[in-house]
Design a protein around this ligand. Structure first.
Ligand code: 6PG
Length: 265
């Protein structure tokens, strides 16, 4: 992990602008990956925040659908709930309804986590899928071109929840993780995999996230309580795409809504 982390903040004025700025981040990240490596392998999160962005990416009336290099895109998930793909809680279902049903991605370009299986089986099969997709050998870690993360008010990201077993998993790529306070199983990429990505950005909105953002990025290091602090990309750069309400307790940004600050340890 890099010693010093450069945190770039991009602050949008409101919820709609946040979704639009995130759509731009996805397209720019995919375009850069295709230009550099001929393909774009992107891992997305679930929850509620990304839904508006996924809808914008799929909307033919918006500029991003035409710009996205769909034919060179491969879509992966950062995490999944251990439910069937048509379950209301499924991250895959949310993404299918918001975007996949409307965009030109072939089934072989979309790699969902099979939440309908036993959690350990889901994790093992996804790890095997990643090893094949990235042609990994030995202890190699997949290097996604772009990873989009969210953050819960408790400081979790992906399905790396406070005080959960997955926080200590560094030898595997994908693990099952039991979330005590939800009494539910999840499957998640491990944090070393996320940190290996070329480009990692958090997409976070709402005043309810302002306190945890401040704790995670300006408070003392306490990764067991604030797992989002484990996200320190090997590139040394982490991007936060926020709305004004979520960014309220972070270091100020300039007139264009952009700011940069360092996090030492
Ligand atoms: C999930 C997500 C999770 C999410 C945060 C934020 O499976 O729920 O991957 O990590 O990003 O919980 O969720 P919201 O965007 O709904 O606040």
């Amino acid at each position: 992990m890099p010693q010093s982390l450069k945190i770039e903040t991009i602050v949008a004025p409101d919820t709609d602008a946040l979704a639009r700025r995130a759509a731009q981040q996805f397209v720019e990240g995919a375009e850069a990956a295709v230009a550099a490596r001929g393909r774009a392998r992107i891992a997305i999160s679930g929850g509620s925040t990304p839904k508006a962005t996924f809808k914008l990416l799929a909307d033919p009336a918006q500029p991003w659908r035409a710009r996205m290099p769909w034919q060179k895109l491969e879509l992966f998930w950062v995490d999944e709930r251990c439910v069937p793909p048509d379950h209301p809680d499924s991250n895959y279902r949310m993404t299918r309804e918001a975007m996949l049903d409307q965009v030109p991605l072939a089934p072989q370009q979309v790699h969902r986590m099979e939440g309908e299986l036993e959690p350990e089986a889901t994790a093992a099969r996804y790890e095997s899928l990643l090893r094949n997709a990235f042609r990994l050998e030995g202890a190699e870690t997949p290097r996604f071109d772009l990873v989009q993360l969210g953050m819960g008010p408790d400081g979790h990201t992906a399905s790396l929840f406070p005080h959960s077993a997955a926080l200590n998993e560094i030898g595997r790529l994908v693990v099952a993780n039991h979330v005590e306070n939800k009494d539910a199983w999840r499957v998640t990429l491990t944090w070393p995999v996320i940190n290996q990505a070329v480009n990692v950005f958090f997409l976070i909105g709402g005043a309810d996230k302002a306190p945890v953002l401040s704790e995670v990025f300006t408070g003392p290091r306490d990764t067991d309580r604030l797992p989002s602090q484990l996200i320190r990309p090997a590139s040394g750069i982490l991007t936060l795409i926020l709305d004004k309400a979520a960014a309220a307790l972070l270091p100020a940004v300039d007139g264009t809504g952009r700011g940069v600050f360092e996090r030492k340890e």
